[in-house]
Design a protein around this ligand. Structure first.
Ligand SMILES: [Zn+2]
Length: 195
């Protein structure tokens, strides 16, 4: 990760440890009680933004073993960002003090698979395919499985899109006040790996 900010390193560690508990079926299910709800009624301070896929198999609070008020989540098919998503991230970092943003791709992503297969798509799904397409160019000459490589390339590209987003996020990255990482979730073994 391109940061020397130790606070950000600690929150990343917190996510990694939560995912470890989840993948080993040793969850602690933190922050899901009445006390936490009441505490949060005064205000939220989520420690990470997760840009994830809408896929029903990847609910961030479950796979990172976190609770209420912990994660600020943006989920759309293919874990891509548009202006609305970037505005949501800006809100989290500027108003809630969140410092870490994780873009989370995952194995067997239907949105990426459809983009790689290149068949006809209908309606607004076309917008998703167009957003994912640049990742195929990054992945097409790599050894291994094209779809899996595209899933990882897409997560990396979305992370760099967030990092270079003007006028707010790029400046905060430059000042090392926030960091953006890309990661990959394996839907079979439940493990998240930082890319
Ligand atoms: Zn997906």
């Amino acid at each position: 990760m391109m940061t020397t900010n130790s606070e950000i390193g600690q929150v990343l560690q917190k996510l990694i440890e939560g995912n470890k508990r989840f993948s080993l079926s040793k969850q602690s299910h933190p922050n899901q009680n009445k006390e936490r709800r009441q505490e949060l009624a005064k205000g939220q301070k989520p420690f990470a933004v997760i840009v994830g896929c809408s896929d029903s198999r990847i609910p961030p609070e479950i796979i990172f073993d976190q609770g209420l008020g912990d994660l600020f989540v943006i989920r759309v098919a293919g874990n891509i960002v548009d202006d609305v998503a970037l505005g949501s991230i800006e809100y989290a970092v500027a108003h809630l003090g969140t410092q870490l943003i994780v873009v989370l791709g995952h194995s067997k992503c239907g949105a990426v698979t459809a983009t790689v297969q290149g068949g006809a798509v209908h309606g607004h799904v076309e917008s998703i395919v167009q957003a994912i397409k640049p990742a195929i160019d990054k992945a097409k000459d790599l050894p291994g499985n094209l779809t899996d490589n595209t899933i990882k390339a897409n997560a990396r590209l979305v992370a760099s899109q967030i990092q270079s987003s003007q006028p707010i996020l790029a400046e905060l990255v430059r000042l090392d006040k926030i960091a953006v990482v890309s990661a990959y979730y394996d839907i079979e073994n439940g493990e998240v790996h930082i890319l």
